[in-house]
Design a binder for this molecule. Structure first.
Ligand code: ADP
Ligand code: MG
Ligand code: MG
Length: 880
């Protein structure tokens, strides 16, 4: 028997989403099982879409035959013929993938009209105005959507016709105006495409169906899929449905409604409709729609029926519904329902309310909230009233979310001096662009605004890591002057101390001090997080380099630190001086002297991290980056260093030149530093162990087991070598202290060779932590910083679907991870494994980590709640 490529609505159901798409399967559910008023129709499956691509972008005869068959059926049930000059059957052609995808093809309405049929249609309905309105809409949509003739050409003609008559709204156009528009539209079509507007309804229909399939791969759709983790091989379905008409006069209309408020989650039907209108008129803003409540007066019976059916839909799907409906001469039709998109705040309230109403259980509630969306709740927001009154002066890239207001400062030093930790002001750091030396100032600021730089610029990346609001790349700023301490935006010159406000979630910039509200994990949010914690297996740790980050992460539920990058502490205060002395030493003695200055700083930092984590595990990674990143850049700094070290400026410059590498990311870094300079590892071990001993003493009830992590290992003997320095140092200190404290030495797995030799490495490592940033970089053989130059071509040509640095490449990098976990555990059954790359905070990557049996994921503080929720969702999905 031939494969079934087309399903009537009465043949499908909500459980056939993969095959029928979201729109199709719910239309089927409403028709087949709920017996609701749905115009007849059928769905061409997503498999037909895949077949279209396999078939060199064409449809097989088997598929077109089935479409014909179903069209015949549609004619029969409606008692109308497609293309009938007296009483034509009209249909809509609607795309619909498994997941809703706004990047794809728009819907085409009134398909089946032509120059002859429109006349018959006018006579039959006794409403020529309506007939021509439908025809001009059809030409407009078909040209735009199927043939890609620019929308604006049509809009221009509409405006022209209205202007000539001196009318404002589309509904004021009479039949002659509409006939005129039809003429002009057909001319636009012909001018643009060199052929007449298709008159054969069969051609129109096939053209539209093919256009839907084609739209699956348009650039917008590809970008949307990448952003939303939708696989390219899903394909879209096509729905062909009998038209019902909301544009038949004032007893007709069209609308959209939600069963709960998508912004707040408040229960209650919430929606809008427009009389005498069709399709997207409601959302397109051609006239101001009316709130649904007014329908009660206008059409009480329709209103009552609508309320009953809408409530029924919610009870049926056990979730907030987003519905589209049309009223044709007093008769209500439903055209779509789906689980409504909502803000994170609404998602949480709705999930909790549905649990309380007994509609869903806790586990279902946990799966209802998009983990990534929690980001919206974790940063300060503007007070809505204050925002309304605020004056917007510009907008740029929303580089790091949150709202911030403060006094303008222009340098990192000023930010520090005047900020909360200094004079106590809230400050906004405004820079041309930021550099690593600005870290402290960025840390002290409430928000960061840069003139240059994109979403992955230094400012953006660092700000996101710190959870600080950042708006970047505001090229509208002119005359930024660090010396004079001023800049100009929107014609206003701002001086140091003037207030501005930034919205890092939208990129908007406001004049003045707009009031903000702090975010907290409380109320319903806390309740959902409690459920997440109950059902997840993976532990969630944080990547934290400073006590401030650690405290924040703890508040957000971190169960330890998975990665502390010790080098990030070296920029604080005058520590960098001691660090530079260490780098620019030429003898072991000199180096040890400099290291001795650094040790107490590190010890103190580690103590604070341990305190923040209250006895939970803290993994300290030893020095990792290439040293040249820390050398002095300015003449002044070089001179200063030369003086403290009793060297000449030239000697320092020679040392700096000697540190230059051709390929620093693959150069002298990671544990290679500890192999060359064991005294660095010795110092860091001393700091870790002494800090842990002190904290253990202060908190006898905590069970301190410090974890030392050796980065960038590729060979077991290399790890063994460094580990010996660590254990010699640590054992001695612990013995001297008369303590029996345990500690662990583990390694990062971030070089493919380490993963491949995991069984060897596990002999010396008590834990593995996957550094998936480097592991991805080394597995693919291209760097994160350079990939931006070519990844777009890879997406366009469908070589890659997503950025492997954002979403874990489970096929390659993931395979290495799984191999390493399995083989490591063969040698050491209690080996514990985690991940601490950027992927540790990415929900789809977390799902994979759960699958391969990692013990924990570690991510930046503000991602901790996201990871907790994603870990629970992974566990629940796993179980199902
Ligand atoms: P989208 O996926 O963009 O929401 P739809 O396929 O839902 O696109 O179509 C958009 C709108 O077009 C619907 O909300 C509805 O108002 C109108 N529409 C679609 N099909 C029909 C139909 N058969 N009869 C009347 N209106 C329709
Ligand atoms: Mg719709
Ligand atoms: Mg690394």
């Amino acid at each position: 028997m031939a494969k079934k490529w087309v399903y009537k609505f009465e043949e499908g159901g909500a459980d056939m989403r993969n095959l029928l798409g979201g729109k199709g399967c719910n239309l089927a559910e409403m028709t087949h099982y709920l017996h609701m008023p749905i115009p007849h129709g059928f769905t061409i499956t997503t498999e037909a879409c895949t077949e279209y691509y396999n078939n060199g972008k064409g449809l097989t005869k088997e598929i077109t035959d089935q479409i014909e068959e179903n069209l015949k059926w549609l004619e029969e049930v409606n008692g109308k013929k497609f293309g009938d000059p007296d009483d034509p059957l009209l249909v809509s052609v609607r795309s619909g993938a498994r997941a809703s995808m706004p990047g794809m093809m728009d819907t085409i309405l009134n398909l089946g009209l032509n120059d002859v049929a429109v006349e018959g249609f006018a006579k039959k309905t006794g409403n020529p105005r309506f007939a021509y309105d439908s025809y001009r809409r059809f030409i407009q949509m078909y040209s735009d959507v199927v043939m890609e003739v620019s929308k604006s050409l049509f809009e221009k003609e509409i405006d022209d016709v209205k202007a000539k008559k001196g009318i404002k709204y589309d509904v004021e156009m009479d039949v002659d105006d509409l006939k005129e528009l039809v003429k002009r539209f057909k001319k636009i079509y012909k001018d643009a495409l060199g052929k007449d507007f298709p008159q054969d309804p069969q051609d129109q229909l096939m053209g539209a169906i093919l256009a839907v399939f084609r739209s699956w791969d348009n650039p917008r759709a590809i970008v949307y899929r990448r952003m939303n983790d939708i696989p390219g091989d899903w394909g879209t379905a096509v729905n062909v449905q009998t038209m019902v008409f909301g544009n038949k006069g004032n007893t007709s209309g069209t609308g959209v409604a939600f069963t709960r408020d998508p912004a707040t989650g408040e229960k209650g039907i919430f929606g809008e409709y427009l009389l005498n209108a069709q399709g997207e008129d409601v959302v397109a803003g051609v006239r101001t729609p009316q709130p649904i409540s007014t329908l009660e007066q206008a059409m009480p019976d329709v209103y009552k029926q609508f309320m009953e059916l809408a409530t029924g839909l919610e009870n049926h799907f056990h979730d907030m519904q987003d519905m589209e409906f049309t009223i044709e001469e007093g008769k209500l039709w439903f055209l779509q329902t789906r689980n409504g998109k909502r803000t994170a705040q609404a998602a949480i309230k709705i999930a909790c309310d549905l649990v309380d109403e007994g509609q869903i259980d806790e586990k279902t509630a946990v799966t209802r909230i998009e983990a990534k969306s929690l980001d919206q709740l974790l940063h300060p927001v503007f007070d809505p009233a204050a925002l309304k009154a605020a004056k917007k002066i510009g907008s740029a890239l929303p580089a790091s979310p949150g709202a911030a207001a403060g006094k303008v400062v222009f340098t990192a030093e000023d930010a520090k001096e005047q900020g909360i930790g200094g004079k106590g002001d809230r400050v906004i750091l405004v820079r041309l662009e930021t550099s690593p030396e600005d870290i402290e100032g960025m840390n002290a600021a409430q928000g960061i605004l840069t003139v240059r730089g994109g979403m992955t610029s230094h400012a953006a990346v660092v700000a996101r890591g710190m959870g600080t609001c950042c708006v970047s790349g505001c090229s509208d700023i002119t005359n930024i002057d660090e010396e004079k301490k001023e800049f100009t935006l929107a014609g206003i010159t701002f001086h140091e101390g003037d207030y501005i406000s930034l919205d890092g979630s939208t990129g908007n910039i406001y004049q003045g001090d707009v009031a903000t509200k702090e975010a907290s994990v409380a109320g319903d949010f806390a309740r959902v997080m409690g459920w997440a914690d109950k059902y997840r297996r993976l532990k969630v740790r944080t990547n934290a380099d400073t006590p401030r980050d650690a405290k924040k992460a703890r508040e957000l539920g971190a169960q330890g630190i998975g990665l502390c990058r010790t080098e990030h502490m070296f920029f604080n205060g005058n520590r960098i001086d001691a660090f530079r002395e260490m780098i620019c030493s030429d003898t072991v003695e000199e180096r040890k002297k400099a290291l001795a200055k650094i040790e107490p700083y590190q010890e103190d930092d580690f103590k604070q991290l341990y305190e923040a984590m209250e006895g939970d595990p803290v993994t300290i990674r030893f020095l990792d980056p290439p040293l040249h990143e820390f050398v002095p850049q300015t003449e002044e700094d070089i001179e200063k260093l030369a003086k403290t070290q009793g060297k000449t400026v030239q000697q320092i410059k020679d040392i700096i030149a000697g540190l230059k590498e051709f390929n620093p990311m693959m150069g002298h870094r990671g544990c290679r530093l500890a192999v060359t300079y064991p005294e660095i590892a010795e110092m860091q071990t001393t700091a870790v162990i002494k800090a842990a001993l002190a904290v253990q003493k202060a908190h006898p009830d905590w069970n301190m087991v410090p974890e030392i992590m050796i980065p960038l290992v590729c060979e077991e003997k290399e790890l063994k070598f460094v580990k010996k320095t660590v254990t010699d140092t640590a054992d001695k200190l612990i013995a001297e202290a008369g303590s029996d404290m345990k500690y662990e030495v583990g390694t990062m797995i971030e070089i493919p060779r380490a993963a491949l030799t995991a069984d060897e490495i596990a002999k010396d490592a008590q834990f593995f932590c996957f550094g998936t940033n480097d592991l991805t970089q080394m597995t693919f053989g291209f760097s994160r910083d350079d990939a931006g130059k070519f990844l777009d071509s890879y997406y366009e040509n469908k070589i890659f679907e997503s950025d492997p640095f954002a979403r874990l490449d489970t096929d390659g990098v993931g395979k290495l991870m799984k191999f390493a976990v399995d083989n490591g555990k063969k040698v050491r059954s209690d080996l514990h494994c985690g991940i601490c790359g950027e992927h540790g905070g990415d929900p789809s990557s977390i799902e994979f980590c759960d699958e391969i049996g990692l013990d924990y994921v570690s991510c930046s503080p503000f991602r901790v709640p996201i990871a907790r929720l994603a870990a629970a969702q992974a566990a629940i999905n796993h179980e199902n």
